[in-house]
Ligand binder design. Sequence first.
Ligand code: PMV
Length: 335
Amino acid sequence: MSVTAVSTPNIALIKYWGNRNNDLRLPMADSLSITLNQPTVQIIVDRAERFTARTFEPDGTERTLTEKERARLEKHFTLTKTYLDVLGLAKAFPGSVSLEIRSKIPRAIGIASSAAIFSCLAKAYAGLVGENRSFTMQEKSVIGRLGSGSAARSLAGGFVALHAGTGNDIDSAAAEQIADENHWNLFDVIIIPSAEEKKVGSTEGHTLAHTSPLFSKRIDTIPRRQQECIDAILKKDFEKLQHVTEEDALDMHNVMQTQTPPLKYLSNETYRMMEEVEELRDTEHLEVLYTMDAGPTVHLICTEAALPKIRAYAKEQKGCTLFEAGVGNGSHLLD
Ligand code: PMV
């Protein structure tokens, strides 16, 4: 019997950058994100003789996976088995699987699909074993994290923290929901200045974070920021959320830009929009904040009251692709 799961990306407010164990994707520090309600990824997992993976684009056409992509999916399957062995569940898991990945994430929108894909796989793998035993959100988040650190956070809806933990045990870092999807009606207006594929992805970037002279200070500062961010969310204090989110995004990009080799993900367009949004926020008294991941894409997170003006601002951006999402309910199984 096959299992079908659906999941979505998330946008980090406190960013995950750098691992203490690259193989197991154990992060150096905590992170926190909002799970988005779209775009979705759907994956059908079935028991199979040998590992196979097929992927389909939003228009339904099949895309051949690169060898690197295929190897990452297979490694994730192997790591999942290792973790299930720790849980005493290895026997309930198939020797191999076939995957059918149907992504609704347009390639041009510059949102990393890895968080959606690996959280979706985690949900589906847990579903395969699930006839024998149900999994906690923390356990599912560990499976997601083994494929992509940020994927751990998309297993739950709403506002989700990934606790870094300590040590090298496979389950020493797991996610926890801070507040659910009905807690605070925020929006993410996404402006993509360029659809260029990035040269260095985050998997590789994480492994070199420690070469930045700013990295250890960042790691020391994150516990304070993580707590401020949690407080801001629980109190729905947008101004506090804005300060800590922007501070953390800029700090992560300073680390990226000073690591060896430097990773310069932000473009002139990104910097221009950041300045304009600051001005717009001040003159119009809008509840809006900006944040950027490993690319030039600008995420404008705003309240419902600010949404019409932020949408209008986004539409003014020439040559950019736009996308909009609300707060989502995380990954789930389809019947
Ligand atoms: O999960 P990864 O390996 O794709 O890393 C995600 C890194 C950032 O998007 C830059 C930050 C984050 O916490 O999502």
